[in-house]
Design a protein around this ligand. Structure first.
Ligand code: PLP
Length: 443
């Protein structure tokens, strides 16, 4: 198709996309990250990727799982290959209530669980249901890149709330609610990741949980509690979910992606009844029903396997990797600071003054190591002096080597900044807009 113009002479499209002017306005909010291009390089074996948030699945009993999948299709194939309920399979929803009891959500009603295509779809549904263009979502500073992408695509405005080593700061939350309302804007929800935060690596303290619940209840701000890493604490069982302090004020999101495997793409939302109804309608309109075969495979896994022992095996594997990363940071990068995670996949590194993680990234990739620059985790361009390092995927030896390589880049960069000042990297990479669509392996 060629480029065309209407009678006013307005161009309808361009050489790359003749439908450019036909898209809905919000489609123009979908932007690819400039670092996406680097990720094709990052997946080369010689590059140590400390960038991706992919779980390490080598410990899963794949042979047994293959047998289970075969048995499932042989005995229940007609059901497994069929459409299912829009809300999700009742049997799996029952199992999910048991999984949530580990997070202190006791006596959950399976009828208030909605199964989704990963918790990512639940984020999208919640945003679709609650956000009018320009509505404010409060989120930690920094926050999960995949959520920011959804929020931007749905035309929300994100206001970041500061956190410290104990997670979201209640006083800062109160202040933000006050400031946003004083500016005449509407707050629709607080989006929070209380456990082993992505990307900050920190956990909301027990003491702060009821306070956050109380503030939001008092101020009538719905909480969207996103908890994919909750079971992956290195040394302890999970702290009680915020949901357990405010059942009517929280929509809780869970996922099998990190505690089992992301390939089935099964997550869930546990919501107050009225919101549950709307979530089911929105999900039916988006996908009709979640994958039946995936739900049945996961229900079988929860029923037939000692899944909690598998979770414990994951915990010690990730704990060892975290230790390798923290040890290497101490050894090789003493001029940086970083958070100390008690679980999950990430640590959040602060670079020496004047360094810019985003402009440094191509040089890091040239040195065969990758990370995600801090700017990806903010809506407003902050974060240049930060990077997220993941320890979930490479082996401890590769992690050490990756940090060693990174330290050579950081040291060289520091020398340049000391010699020429921070201005030298100003034009390295153009500004990437906030809320960009992340490369999937950067999540
Ligand atoms: C904080 C957070 N929420 C949600 C997701 C989405 O997970 P999934 O859709 O695989 O359940 C991720 C994935 O990395 C995440 O880190």
């Amino acid at each position: 198709m060629s480029i065309s113009a209407n009678s006013d002479g307005n161009q309808q499209g361009n050489r790359l996309d003749p439908w450019f002017n036909t898209y809905a306005e919000r489609a123009h909010n979908l932007r690819a990250s400039e670092i996406r291009a680097l990720f094709s390089v990052v997946s080369r074996p010689e590059v140590v990727s400390l960038a991706g948030g992919m779980p390490n699945l080598t410990d899963l009993p794949l042979d047994r799982l293959a047998e289970s999948a075969k048995h499932l299709i042989a005995t229940h194939g007609a059901q497994a290959m069929q459409y299912g309920s829009g809300q999700g399979w009742e049997v799996l929803r029952e199992h999910i209530t048991e999984v949530m009891s580990y997070d202190g959500i006791l006596g959950a009603d399976p009828d208030d669980v909605v199964i989704t295509t990963g918790s990512q779809q639940a984020l999208d549904l919640m945003t679709e249901l609650f956000i009018n263009p320009g509505d404010v979502i409060l989120a930690e500073a920094p926050s999960y890149v995949g959520a920011l992408g959804v929020f931007r695509a749905r035309q929300a405005d994100v206001v970041h709330v500061p956190m410290d080593e104990n997670g979201l700061i209640p006083e800062a939350l109160e202040q933000s609610i006050h400031d946003v309302r004083a500016s005449g804007r509407t707050i629709k929800m607080l989006y929070t990741i209380p456990n082993f935060h992505n990307p900050a690596g920190v956990t909301l303290s027990l003491e702060r949980r009821p306070r956050i619940a109380e503030i939001c209840m008092r101020e009538q701000v719905l909480i969207l509690e996103d908890n994919p890493y909750g079971l992956l604490g290195f040394h302890s069982d999970p702290l009680p979910a915020i949901q357990s302090f405010s059942p009517e004020g929280v929509v809780y999101l869970g996922s099998f992606s990190k505690m089992f495997a992301p390939g089935f793409r099964i997550g869930w939302a546990y919501a107050p009844h009225a919101i549950r109804d709307k979530l089911v309608l929105a999900s039916e309109s988006a996908i009709l029903s979640p994958s039946m075969v995936g739900q049945m495979a996961i229900a079988g896994y929860l029923r037939d396997y000692d899944w909690y022992s598998q979770v414990k095996a994951f915990r010690s594997m990730y704990a060892e990797r975290a230790q390798a990363m923290l040890g290497a940071l101490e050894e090789y990068m003493p001029d940086c600071t970083w958070t100390i995670p008690d679980g999950g996949f990430y640590t959040w590194v602060t670079l020496p003054a004047g360094l810019d993680a985003k402009s440094m990234l191509p040089r890091a990739v040239r040195a065969q190591v990758a990370y995600v620059a801090g700017t990806a985790f903010y809506y407003d361009g902050q974060g240049r002096d930060h990077m997220r390092l993941s320890f979930c995927y490479p082996t401890p030896e590769r992690i050490r080597e990756g940090v060693r390589r990174l330290s050579t880049v950081v040291h060289a960069e520091k020398e340049l900044v000391e010699m020429f000042g921070a201005a030298f990297h100003k034009h390295d990479i153009d500004e990437v807009g906030p809320g960009i669509a992340p490369a999937p392996n950067a999540l």
